[in-house]
Design a protein. Structure first.
Length: 381
């Protein structure tokens, strides 16, 4: 639903009831991920898309029906029909499971507060129960606290959903999670879709070289907050890196030690100098970041591994190091190399092969990590 947060924020502020249709599961090849929503207000105004156009008409009518009936939340399934090419369905061959529910901002004021946080660039989370007797119940996490609607309340089920949604917010990732089945905490087993409005993930580029300038531009395009860091002030300037959000003059390992990182952070080491590389990589490989890559030839890589072992980096940590950095695209120019590096970051985040799609069998859009309880760094984008 955060794909339409701007409009939902306004509707909540105006206390305007609306129907919300949200993708809660995807099978096969589908154009948009779980968490994507369409909303329709009582005047028939619609915003958003869940299928790129294939099933929008049917979803719109379901929303209108839910608004008119004021009934409970409904689940609807859409798939491609081979027998009738004109039937409601997905021409891409995938399947969508959609939750349609009526939202009353007066009765659920916490949603308006969460949308405000999201629109103004602050972190927040909204949890939707997508099955069971609590289907359609919502809860918002604002800062260090959570607020549930009356359906969930603050009993065992509400606390279980609130705790899990808070954990998802800390991770910075939208995801479908399962919980419950414990009589002491949450007796009923539930699937809960947690929508997370998170700050941009970070890309930390060390080494103020031409390749870093191209990588900063590619990282910015992908939605990263990009930092370029180098100990040499003559090279680390904003004029040389106009696409970076910030340019820092400091020793790389010293800056990494004092800056905030998380599981979505990509660390790209382009320094080509052991006095910078070794202390920086020693620290980076011990941190809970999502990606660590280092530029250099295979000979440089082998020498770097020996030095890292000498300073106590374990084999388990070394497995995390992507070096030589990037995918085998035959890249030569800084721009091509930036594509090679970002392609590897994307593939690593989604646990994909990085192979050409012509060499891979099965659906193009595989089951997302979120559907299996594993979220990726790109879920928020």
């Amino acid at each position: 639903m955060l794909n339409i947060a701007d409009t939902l924020h306004r509707w909540c502020r105006e206390e305007r009831p609306f129907a919300l249709a949200t993708v809660v599961d995807v099978t096969g090849s589908a154009p948009l991920p779980i968490g994507t929503s369409v909303a329709v207000d009582e005047d028939g105004n619609a915003v958003g898309s869940i299928s790129g156009g294939c099933v929008e008409g049917a979803v719109y009518e379901l929303c209108r029906q839910v608004l008119q009936d004021r009934g409970p939340a409904q689940r609807a399934w859409f798939g491609y029909s081979d027998d009738d090419a004109f039937a409601v369905g997905l021409t891409c061959g995938g399947e969508l499971d959609v939750l349609v529910q009526r939202i009353d901002p007066k009765a659920q004021p916490h949603l308006g507060a969460a949308f405000t946080e999201a629109v103004e660039g602050r972190t927040a989370a909204i949890a939707q129960v997508v099955d069971g007797s609590f289907t359609g119940a919502t809860l918002s996490v604002l800062g260090d606290s959570w607020i549930a609607d009356r359906t969930l309340g603050d009993g065992p089920t509400g606390r279980a959903v609130g705790d899990r949604a808070t954990a998802q917010l800390r991770s910075g990732r939208t995801g479908l999670v399962s919980l419950g089945g414990d009589a002491d905490t949450c007796p009923e087993q539930l699937n809960v879709l947690v929508h997370v409005a998170a700050t941009r993930p970070r890309m930390l580029i060390f080494g103020a070289i031409d390749f870093a300038a191209a990588l900063a531009q590619a990282g910015r395009f992908l939605g990263y907050h990009v930092t370029v860091c180098d100990a040499r002030p003559v090279f680390a300037t904003s004029a040389r890196f106009p696409h970076a959000d910030e340019v820092v003059v400091d020793w790389p390992h010293r800056y990494l030690a004092r800056t905030a990182v998380d599981a979505r952070t990509a660390v790209c080491v382009l320094t080509h100098d052991a006095k910078f590389d070794i202390p920086l990589l020693q620290l980076a490989l011990a941190l809970p970041v999502g990606y660590v890559g280092a530029m250099g030839s295979r000979r440089t890589h082998e020498a770097r591994l020996d030095r890292l072992r000498e300073v106590g980096v374990t084999e388990e940590q070394l497995v995390r190091l992507r070096s030589p950095i990037g995918l085998d695209l035959g890249a030569r120019t800084p721009e091509e190399t930036a594509i090679s590096i970002t392609a590897e970051i994307i593939a690593h985040a989604h646990q994909s092969t990085g192979l050409s799609l012509t060499r891979v069998t099965g659906p193009i859009h595989r089951v997302s990590g979120a559907a299996s309880g594993i979220q990726t760094v790109f879920d928020f984008l």
